[in-house]
Design a protein around this ligand. Structure first.
Ligand code: MD3
Ligand code: FE
Length: 224
């Protein structure tokens, strides 16, 4: 099979490979790893249920006083929070007053493998932000600047309903690329791309066979 001379047979072969992992470079140091998490998702979902039972999703308030359309929680040593006094990482869940649930080893290993594949060795996340989107929920263009260092990449895992991810430039008004993200896809953003503006368009209604009417995105970070 050669990519230079596609034949009908090749098109069928590509169809059959649709569930196989594929890498797509979206920035100088950013990669979409299609289907990278599919082999471990069935083991991951029960762990996620346990985390959300101990640290329930909630709609946090932005410093400006708006309730986020995305429901959030965290696991790992640090969790990202926002309230009227600002955005920050906290070792305690303000909802329960307890530390965040531990990060499942399977999840930190998966993120490490994804980072490695994108060229970032020794990625040890201390924070996993859990974002839940129901249809209509979105995330406006923003930069992630609350972490203490930007040397480490951010690794994300998409679950459930598809999303249209916006990958922008270094100023808010720069044109964004639109990148569809599907169940099992992982993305790694690092290096020169770490401070790019990004966001998520409103999620379209739909039913995912495994997660129902929602998208969950996990972002793994070195926050501390
Ligand atoms: C690109 N989450 O939690 S993936 C966020 O799908 C966030 O829930 C989105 O943006 C989501 O902050 C997008 C994560 C992501 C995180 C950091 C980035 C994408 C990024 C940093 C630079 C470029
Ligand atoms: Fe972000």
């Amino acid at each position: 099979m050669t990519a230079m001379h596609p034949t009908t047979l090749d098109l069928f072969a590509d169809d059959a490979l649709e569930q196989q992992p594929r890498d797509e470079q979206i920035g100088e140091q950013s990669w979409v790893l299609r289907g990278f998490a599919l082999p471990v998702i069935d083991k991951l979902l029960p762990a996620l249920d346990g985390i959300l039972a101990a640290a329930p999703l909630r709609h946090m308030m932005t410093p400006g006083g708006f309730s986020m359309s995305v429901g959030t929680s965290s696991c790992g040593a640090l969790g990202w929070i926002t309230d009227r006094s600002g955005y920050r990482y906290s070792a305690v869940d303000p909802l329960t007053g307890k530390p965040w649930p531990a990060m499942p080893e399977m999840l930190s290993e998966l993120a490490q493998a994804a980072a490695q594949r994108a060229g970032f060795a020794d990625f040890h996340a201390d924070s996993c932000l859990i974002n839940q989107y129901v249809p209509g929920a979105k995330m406006s263009l923003h930069q992630d600047k609350d972490e203490n260092a930007y040397a480490a990449p951010i690794v994300s895992l998409s679950l459930g309903l598809p999303a249209m991810f916006l990958f922008g430039g270094f100023s808010r008004s720069d044109k964004s690329q639109r990148i569809p993200l599907l169940h099992g896809d992982m993305v790694v953003w690092g290096g020169v791309d770490r401070l790019r503006f990004h966001g998520v368009l409103p999620i379209k209604p739909g039913q995912h066979p495994r997660l129902g009417e929602r998208r969950i995105n996990l972002t793994l970070r070195v926050a501390g």
